[in-house]
Design a protein around this ligand. Structure first.
Ligand code: KG4
Ligand code: ZN
Length: 346
């Protein structure tokens, strides 16, 4: 049975996993760097890169030992080669190349977004192509028709911020700190989503694109207008924001349903949000479509999804050379046109 070692280091999670063709994650480690970045209220690229250097190699040894596997028994090394913070990406990719050389095994350079896009197939053996994917993370917010491994047709993207970024920035504004997404979800449980009227940018528009900058600014305005913000206000704003963001995701995804076949699938860090999962599940049900969401641990950054993408590529005989480049930007659908009003993000 094929066995792939996956490495992930494109943002602030250092992760290593050993995954097999039978969809078993034989061992995995995820080291979050939250403590290093908390004082700065966000990820500091240099600090992230340094932490990846220190942790990655010992974590490889730990994962192999835990699985009772030698490096020579692994069929390939899959490492994230982008997109992401370039320092971290280079460290993971170089480590992957060194391991591949040492073991005489092929290297597979994985697009981090492809890791997210295929992760639902690791969790659900019945999920076949094609499917409509809502990919929601800290840096990306896209709707993709996933037609096969390496075959991604972008139907929509954000014209400004990613939804995870909006969660993180709103959390910062209302004093919930970093990382923001999980903190907003937690605070929102005790909040009144109707207290703060917030905009739903682009809701109702014909193309299924996203926009979150106006929502984020509205959170800032609403929060600044409060005379004495307290814990209840924090909970109410978190709930109001989460509802508005969810409405945007649901409305935009509904638009795309007619443009792609198969189940509705959600992946990426924001897909771990229970409120958003429930709303998307209801949307799918209303349209008679199956809904698939990986377990929360597989939504946020991890190496099992990188190892799994490696398995999928290896099954097709797709491996890379040792000069595979590290890329800060790497769109899943290179043919997608830039969207009017969008910044330079891929
Ligand atoms: O996929 P991911 O772990 O890293 C990237 O590739 O960006 O996604 C991280 C993003 C962050 O913006 C984080 O705040 C958000 O996912 N996130 C959440 C939740 N957990 C993580 N957003 C909302 N609710 C959550 N429970
Ligand atoms: Zn990610």
């Amino acid at each position: 049975m094929m066995l792939v070692l996956g490495l992930e280091s494109s943002c602030d999670e250092t992760a290593v996993a050993l995954v097999d063709e039978g969809r078993q994650v034989r061992a995995q480690r995820i080291a979050s760097q939250d403590e290093a970045h908390i004082p700065f209220g966000g990820v500091v690229p240099e600090l992230a890169a340094r932490a990846h250097v220190e942790r990655l190699t010992p974590m490889v040894a730990t994962v192999l030992a835990e699985a009772g596997t030698r490096l020579e028994d692994v069929d390939a090394i899959a490492a994230t080669a982008g997109p992401g913070l370039i320092g971290g990406v280079m460290i993971g990719l170089v480590t992957g190349k060194a391991l591949a050389m040492a073991a005489g095994k092929p290297l597979i350079a994985i697009n981090h977004l492809e890791g997210h896009a295929l992760s639902p197939r690791l969790a659900d053996p019945a999920l076949d192509f094609p499917y409509l994917l809502l990919l929601v993370s800290g840096g990306h917010c896209q709707l993709l028709a996933v037609e096969g491994v390496g075959r991604y047709r972008r139907l929509a993207t954000t014209i400004d911020d990613a939804v995870g970024e909006a969660f993180d920035k709103s959390a910062k504004v209302i004093g919930l700190g970093f990382p923001g997404g999980p903190a907003v979800e937690r605070a929102a449980r005790a909040g009144d989503p109707a207290r703060f009227p917030l905009p739903r940018p682009l809701v109702g528009s014909a193309e299924p694109h996203f926009s979150f900058a106006g929502l984020k600014s509205a959170v800032l305005r609403g929060w600044s207008a409060l005379e004495a913000p307290d814990a209840q206000a924090q909970a109410d704003m978190a709930a109001s924001f989460q509802h508005a963001a969810t409405d945007c995701l649901v409305d935009r995804t509904a638009r795309a349903l007619t443009r792609a076949e198969g189940p509705l699938v959600v992946a990426g860090g924001v897909a771990s949000n229970a409120h958003i999962r429930a709303a998307l599940s209801a949307l799918a049900e209303a349209h008679g479509r199956r809904f698939v969401a990986p377990p929360p641990w597989l939504c946020t950054d991890n190496a099992a999804m990188i190892g799994w993408a490696g398995i999928e590529r290896l099954q097709l005989g797709q491996v890379d050379q040792l000069d595979a480049p590290a890329r800060a930007r790497w769109p899943l659908d290179p043919t997608a046109e830039p969207v009017r009003g969008a910044g330079a993000k891929a």
